[in-house]
Design a protein around this ligand. Sequence first.
Ligand SMILES: Cc1ncc(COP(=O)(O)O)c(C=O)c1O
Length: 374
Amino acid sequence: MHPEFPLADDIVHLNHAGVAPWPRRTIETITRFAQENMRYGTRYYARWLETEAHLREQLRWLINAPSAEDIALLKNTSEGLSMVAYGIDWRQGDNVVTARQEFPSNRIVWESLRDRFGIEVRLADLSAGDTPEDSLLACMDEHTRLLSISSVQYASGVRMDLFRIGEACRACDALFCVDAIQSLGAVPFDVQACGADFVVADGHKWMLGPEGVALFYCKAGRRDGLRLSQFGWHMVQHHNNYDRMDWAPADSARRFECGSQNNMGIHALSASLDLIRETGIDVIYTEVSNRVAYVQDCVAALGLAAVTPRASGRRAGIVTFRHPHRDSRELYKSLQTAGVLCAQRGSGIRFSPHFYTPWEGLDRALRVLARTPS
Ligand SMILES: Cc1ncc(COP(=O)(O)O)c(C=O)c1O
């Protein structure tokens, strides 16, 4: 068992694509934070702000952003997507391209624009073309203002070729928005290489943080182009001068943060990202990949149907499969009863192990599948 994850003996946690457990150090950090608050109130507030600055730098590192000034801390992925959707100065006839298999947030946000701005939302069927990118890019034309896609599909686990999509967006002069929640913390990510204009991701999955603190990256050159829809004391350039009557949005991405920050969440996510950085993202990726490949091999040997592709470049931390004859709900119930935390997605079962997941835990989960009569 990994010392940072002393999970109860009767639990096998294969749901990092849902909500991850927190590492030991994260629990200790927020316990210290809470105790400090109880004893000293805000005496050490200046240090809390240092943690906030440190978190921005950690997130900058995680996506290889040019500057920590490009990072805003929002409350969740949906808020970041909405910030983009309601910030763009839409033109008559614009369309947005995304996919019908997307997580609801990355569809509903765009669909909400139809009534307000008359935007056409084009939902590609990622399984229709030779590759998911072919299907997506076939929906683009000269009126495509923005393409928004998850780096890894939440249900099928398909990993998208962001470099190819980014190139196509640049060629069409379309904005490129990436929901990276199913990648960050498990898979290397380089925002400069893929050329995304916006990247959003809540911290509670592969980053091993709590729910309610999210990364919002906005490319520096796009910042002024996003109309702001939330206002308050915190988003202005001189936010510490309450007497000043004139104001302008902060030059940095702080302009997207209207009010007080989530200090407890910031402490927690920062501690979790310390573990990720210490372990190394390449090491994590290798460990995650090995576990996913192992599950894929075993599941195939049991005669279950793979939903997630086997090719290493096409998958990340998610492995989804179906029983050829049995309803996934039954299979899911058996897994739950055996203490296996996983999810029912894409009409199959989704396992999502992280780098520390004990191999014997995987075997326990696989034994439940093996016991299920075909
Ligand atoms: C692809 C994707 N985007 C977003 C979310 C969650 O969105 P939010 O952070 O707004 O809760 C999930 C959660 O399952 C997801 O899989």
